[in-house]
Design a protein around this ligand. Structure first.
Ligand SMILES: NC(=O)c1ccc[n+]([C@@H]2O[C@H](COP(=O)([O-])OP(=O)(O)OC[C@H]3O[C@@H](n4cnc5c(N)ncnc54)[C@H](OP(=O)(O)O)[C@@H]3O)[C@@H](O)[C@H]2O)c1
Length: 376
């Protein structure tokens, strides 16, 4: 039987899809929004060219079924014909699509809450049809909310009395609750909670720029307004894709919830600074006393005209600041037992930041050749 997957055209989705295809012979049905099949194929190529070349992409297309849909639409926007094929052929769902827009409740409710409800309705239909082997949901460690200076474990991390950090994290909490309550009780379900995911341990390239550009910007300041011993829990995307696919394919996962995190091995700001310095970056000077004032200034900077380059940087800092300064780490014993530990961020952050900076925050996408045949 096959997996029905959402979010395959996203940064993490590409990693996860290729792992699923490598470690299973099953086909994967991909829900992709798009005007038509050509548009869907183009989006998938734009995502996967970070990892594979054109001949391999052709092979991937032979293993996947592209289904047109949208998280915002009733029944995920699936045509009757597509819904029937999905129910006939799929026995598991891997729901990774989401909006990471931390500024808009409207978008997060529509994409995250309504989208998750759509996948849960599909899961129930699968369960009643030929049986549902697994429902996996890609959540986020941000569901833990506004906490400081803690080391957290999966089963005691979610507390609805703790303020959520933003609309994105709030809606992901609701999604986790829906997954826990709305599936038939006997359904095997898994919830993945990645922490901040940045970069690939094998090469410096990325198609995801928001978080790394905030870091690059901070690293360039003459005084970095952070405590040098603050830990930042960051993992490499290749590891996240590996764990997600491995657990999704497991016959009987040992746990329901998995933090995908660096845990106690998370680097401190000073360690990240040292790794950059070893690569030729000037030594970072930390000024923790400036932390509050810097955050207030960033908030004010978001009101600058968009034409001002400080406006964009201020928006990024305002959005990511709570994630950077929390000094919270997340236990990763469960995930490490599946795929070994993630690569320490210090081992690859310098070439990665260098590439991000050189790229001017744009991936050099290669278009599909004009004669590329997009079969229907
Ligand atoms: N990246 C991180 O650091 C991080 C950390 C923790 C958790 N996560 C979680 O990991 C998952 C993937 O994140 P990501 O970084 O890969 O995000 P991303 O690059 O923004 O990808 C989001 C994916 O969701 C799809 N999507 C969004 N809205 C949709 C809609 N209305 N209908 C259909 N598909 C829609 C996108 O499709 P289009 O191509 O059509 O836009 C894309 O495939 C998310 O659930 C996120 O919460 C990510």
């Amino acid at each position: 039987m096959a997996t029905f997957m959402t979010g395959a055209t996203g940064y993490l989705g590409g990693y996860t899809l290729l792992e699923l295809l490598e470690h299973s012979d099953e086909r994967v049905f991909l829900l992709i929004r798009g005007r038509d099949r050509t548009h869907q194929v183009t989006k998938l190529w734009n995502c996967l060219q970070l990892h594979i070349d054109l001949p391999r992409f052709r092979e991937v297309l032979d293993r996947v079924v592209l289904v047109r849909g949208d998280l915002h639409a009733p029944s995920l926007g699936l045509s009757d014909e597509d819904q029937k094929q999905v129910l006939d052929e799929c026995d598991s769902i891997l729901h990774g699509a989401a909006s990471l827009n931390r500024m808009s409740s409207r978008v997060c409710v529509n994409s995250n809450v309504r989208g998750t409800m759509g996948t849960l309705e599909l899961a129930r239909a699968m369960h009643e049809n030929k049986g549902l082997r697994r429902y996996s949901f890609v959540s986020t460690a941000a569901v833990i909310g506004d906490r400081r200076d803690e080391h957290l474990f999966e089963d005691d991390a979610l507390d609805f009395d703790v303020n959520a950090l933003d609309p994105y994290a709030r809606t992901k909490r609701i999604c986790e609750e829906l997954v826990q309550r709305m599936l038939p009780p006997e359904t095997s379900r898994v919830i993945f909670r990645p922490v901040t995911v940045m970069g690939d341990s094998r090469h410096p390239r990325t198609t995801s720029f928001d978080m790394p550009s905030a870091f690059v910007w901070l690293a360039q300041l003459p005084l970095v307004p952070l405590k040098p011993d603050t830990k930042i829990d960051i993992v490499n995307a290749d590891w996240v894709g590996k764990v997600t696919a491995a657990v999704h394919l497991e016959a009987e996962p040992k746990h329901v919830i998995y933090f995908l995190s660096a845990g106690e091995a998370s680097p401190t700001c000073a360690e990240i600074g040292q790794a950059l310095e070893a690569w030729g970056h000037r030594p970072m000077r930390f000024a923790p006393a400036l932390e509050q004032g810097f955050f207030r200034a960033s908030r004010a900077g978001t009101r600058l005209p968009r034409s001002n380059p400080l406006q964009g940087a201020s928006v990024l800092i305002k959005v990511f600041w709570p994630y950077i300064v929390s000094n919270v780490t997340h236990d990763n014993t469960r995930a490490v037992a599946v795929s070994g530990p993630p690569t320490p961020f210090q081992d690859y952050c310098a070439p990665y930041f260098h590439w991000v900076q050189e790229s001017r925050l744009r991936y050099p996408y290669v278009p599909l050749p004009d004669d590329f045949e997009v079969q229907s």
